[in-house]
Design a protein around this ligand. Structure first.
Ligand SMILES: Cc1cc2nc3c(=O)[nH]c(=O)nc-3n(C[C@H](O)[C@H](O)[C@H](O)COP(=O)(O)O)c2cc1C
Length: 166
C-alpha cells in the first residue's frame, strides 16, 4: 500500500475559478490515502508554510500579470520575509488567459519563482490553464493530478528511503 500523503492546497482567486478547481481536486483526492486541506490565501502570510511538507498552489492572474488580490499579502510576505523553505515540496496550477500574451499565467509563475528562490522543491511542471482554450480548468486539473501525485510519491518516497538508510 502506498504511504499516505498530506497535501495543502492554497488558493489565489478573484472570481472563484481557482477555488472551484481546488474543491474538485479535494473531492477527487481525499480518499483516505491523500489527506487534503484547502485554504484560501486571504489573510495568510509566509508563516503558513511552517510545518507544511507538501503544498499545491492554485492561483489565477490579474492586473498586469499580478497575483490576485487575495494572494497579495502572502506573496509580499514571502518576498519580504524570505523564510527558508528547503523542507517544502510544491506544485503549481496557474490559471490565466492567453489573450494576455505577455503575462500569461504570471500569477502562478510568480509563486513558482519565489518558492524555488526560497529553497522549496517543485515536483512536476507548472500546469498552465488557458481560459480561452475552451477547456474547463477543473477537468484539466483532475486529469493532471494523478500524475502529479505519483511524482510526489516517487520524490517523497525516495527521500524517506535515504533517511531510513542514514
Ligand atoms: C481584469 C482581468 C485581468 C486579467 N489578467 C490576466 C493576465 O495578466 N494574465 C493571464 O494569464 N490571465 C489574466 N486574466 C485571466 C484570469 O486569470 C483567468 O480568467 C482565470 O481563470 C480567473 O480565475 P479566478 O476566477 O480564480 O480569479 C485576467 C482576467 C481579468 C478579468
Amino acid at each position: 500500500m502506498s504511504a499516505s500523503l498530506s497535501l495543502t492546497i492554497l488558493v489565489g482567486t478573484m472570481t472563484d475559478t481557482a477555488r472551484l478547481v481546488a474543491q474538485s481536486l479535494e473531492l477527487t483526492l481525499d480518499d483516505g490515502d491523500v489527506a487534503v486541506g484547502t485554504k484560501l490565501m486571504d489573510d495568510l502570510d509566509a508563516g503558513v508554510f511552517e510545518g507544511l511538507g507538501l503544498v499545491l498552489i492554485c492561483t489565477s492572474t490579474y492586473g498586469q500579470g499580478d497575483v490576485p488580490d487575495n494572494a497579495k499579502q502572502l506573496y509580499d510576505s514571502l518576498t519580504q520575509e524570505r523564510p527558508d523553505l528547503s523542507s517544502l515540496t510544491y506544485g503549481v496550477i496557474a490559471l490565466g488567459d492567453r489573450t494576455y500574451t505577455d503575462t500569461f499565467c504570471n500569477g502562478g509563475k510568480r509563486f513558482d519563482a519565489i518558492l524555488s528562490e526560497l529553497g522549496a522543491r517543485r515536483v512536476g511542471d507548472v500546469l498552465l490553464h488557458d481560459a480561452s482554450a475552451g477547456t474547463m480548468p477543473e477537468e484539466v486539473a483532475m486529469d493532471w493530478i494523478p500524475g502529479w501525485i505519483a511524482l510526489c510519491r516517487q520524490t517523497l518516497g525516495a527521500e524517506t528511503e535515504v533517511r531510513d538508510e542514514a
